[in-house]
Ligand binder design. Structure first.
Ligand code: SF4
Length: 232
């Protein structure tokens, strides 16, 4: 059992907060929650959070998100089944929110997928503003990259990824919702920092695993056992 005293839901063996199987009128007991449970360590946060949900626009947004979550399942004779892909969910949720104009911030390595996604979104009635990471055509030297740190080779031109410009273009285009597609780690962090409109993520970059980073964890007992070691 972990002894440190900060929130660590990922180490929680009981997940008391789920109150699974209880009836809706039942009262939650925190007795079984571990000492590192944030509900025990930071009770004031929950009051502050609920005050945010009491703001009508926030409450309505949260309600729609939960309805969307509900619609991703169907109850059949043999139990619950999932029924919607993330692309479908994104479309349904955007419609629920009344969004018409979407902003797609995508990686150059996923230009093909960006085209496919744009086609699907446009077919569903959305206007799609899209900006690729290399926009601006600024050479990597501008941010201090050395010749030996260029992927294409020391002598070659290499355009830097420009997530700040991507975010600024999406902000200026007054889209209702931004969608991130396959931005690299760090570039995605900058995009999130500068993006001023509601933002969702369709996929993150994983060059090895077809943009499915969780595959390394799912195969962590076999092909990716090395993840248990300290990573250089
Ligand atoms: S909130 Fe508390 S009970 Fe819920 S997962 Fe985290 S530590 Fe466990």
């Amino acid at each position: 059992m972990v002894k440190k005293n900060y929130p660590m839901c990922a180490h929680c063996p009981v997940k008391t907060c789920e109150n699974r199987g209880s009836r809706s009128e039942s009262v939650l007991s925190l007795e079984k929650a571990p000492p590192f449970c944030p509900m025990k360590l930071m009770p004031g946060v929950y009051r502050a959070a609920m005050e945010e949900y009491d703001k009508p626009a926030v409450r309505e947004f949260a309600r729609k998100a939960s309805v969307q979550e509900f619609q991703c399942y169907e109850r059949l004779g043999d139990g619950l089944r999932t029924r919607l892909t993330r692309v479908e969910e994104t479309i349904q949720f955007a419609r629920k929110c009344g969004y018409e104009k979407l902003g797609l911030a995508h990686c150059g390595g996923l230009a093909h997928e960006a085209g496919l996604l744009t086609e699907v979104l446009e077919k569903n009635g959305f206007e799609v503003v899209s900006v690729m990471c290399k926009t601006g055509a600024v050479p990597k030297e501008r941010i201090g990259i050395k010749p030996e740190e260029k992927i294409a080779g020391a002598e070659m031109w290499e355009t830097m990824c420009n997530p700040i410009a991507q975010a600024m273009i999406i902000n200026e285009s007054k889209v209702d919702l931004a969608i991130m597609l396959g931005l690299c780690i760090g570039h995605d962090t900058l995009f999130i920092k500068y993006c001023e409109v509601p933002l969702t993520v369709l996929a993150v970059k994983d060059r090895v695993l077809g943009h499915n980073p969780l595959a390394a964890l799912y195969a962590g007992e076999t092909y990716y056992k090395r993840l248990r070691n300290k990573i250089d």
